[in-house]
Design a protein around this ligand. Structure first.
Ligand SMILES: *[C@@H]1O[C@H](CO)[C@@H](O)[C@H](O)[C@H]1NC(C)=O
Ligand SMILES: *[C@@H]1O[C@H](CO)[C@@H](O)[C@H](O)[C@H]1NC(C)=O
Ligand SMILES: *[C@@H]1O[C@H](CO)[C@@H](O)[C@H](O)[C@H]1NC(C)=O
Length: 273
């Protein structure tokens, strides 16, 4: 582990000229949980959001968040957890009890899609079994508000990052139209069907197209987030974060053994944008 003292020293070397933070509240926040800050360098992402929905995959959420949690010790970052209501969001898929298990975890949101945080810079969209309920007759399970939120907020974001089948929600929101993307290899073909105007890259651990990062299944979200951190804050920060969690990085986006295992080929767009 890099010591906190060293992390702080690094941060002091890297940030004071780049960002000036004022403690005075701004009026644009409109919410209670995040400290309001007036930033003078608007090119550095500071305000992060993570969407949550029933039956999300925990590591899709906590892989990126664990690294950003430690990064926030040396970098001014804010986090909003955004869901349909403020009730705890469970990993449990309703009506999914084949093994007679009762085994799940819940996360408490800070914001709702109806009352989201102002001025988000980066939105993370996890995947999970819940994304497969989008054709459910139950409107609660179709994630309609979540998909509409992605569509609405995207133009004001600096970056959008999906993990695993979160790419399916991006596709449904229309933000992958005309772009190249990837997703979980175990759900590759079925996810691609939601994005007929997207080039789906099979042999990829992650894809960066413009300001959208899409990653492959679950643990690939850790590598995509490290790439994101490297692209913005530099290779040394990404290296030290991955060393801190003892993660052996996949350093290139096409370092992917799984597309071959699943017999996948790229799926070009079948419709014009
Ligand atoms: C804002 O931060 C970025 C990234 O650290 C840096 O490249 C840029 O020079 C900064 N801009 C200003 C005006 O300080
Ligand atoms: C499953 O566990 C939760 C607590 O984790 C409990 O509230 C619930 O009643 C349990 N359900 C069943 C069917 O046992
Ligand atoms: C995905 O589609 C490709 C190309 O049509 C096919 O060869 C492959 O078997 C499919 N994989 C799955 C898991 O359905």
């Amino acid at each position: 582990m890099v010591s906190l003292k060293r992390q702080l020293a690094l941060a002091m070397m890297l940030t004071p000229a780049a960002i000036s933070v004022s403690a005075s509240p701004t009026t644009s926040g409109g919410h209670n949980n995040m400290p309001a800050r007036a930033l003078t360098n608007t090119s550095v992402p500071v305000r992060f959001g993570m969407v949550l929905f029933p039956a999300f995959t925990p590591l899709d959420v906590f892989g990126p968040l664990d690294m950003l949690n430690s990064f926030s010790l040396t970098q001014p970052l804010e986090l909003a957890l955004i869901a349909k209501t403020l009730d705890p969001v469970t990993t449990r898929l309703r009506n999914h009890q084949q093994a007679n298990s009762n085994f799940s975890q819940s996360v408490v949101p800070t914001h709702t899609f109806a009352n989201p945080p102002a001025d988000l810079d980066v939105l993370f969209v996890p995947g999970g079994a819940g994304t497969r309920a989008v054709k459910s007759p139950d409107p609660e399970l179709r994630l309609t508000e979540l998909i509409a939120y992605i569509r609405t907020v995207y133009p004001s974001l600096k970056y959008l990052v999906s993990v695993c089948t979160g790419a399916q929600l991006l596709a449904q929101a229309g933000v992958l139209d005309g772009r190249t993307a990837t997703t979980n290899k175990a759900a590759f073909n079925s996810t691609a069907a939601f994005g007929p105007r997207t080039y789906w890259k099979a042999h990829a651990r992650w894809v960066v197209d413009g300001n959208i990062y899409t990653s492959a299944g679950v643990t690939a979200g850790i590598d995509a987030t490290l790439q994101f951190i490297e692209d913005i804050w530099g290779a040394e920060r990404a290296r030290s974060i991955s060393a801190g969690i003892e993660h052996v990085r996949h350093l290139t986006p096409d370092d992917d053994p799984f597309s071959a295992q699943f017999g996948l080929v790229d799926i070009p767009p079948v419709e014009q944008v």
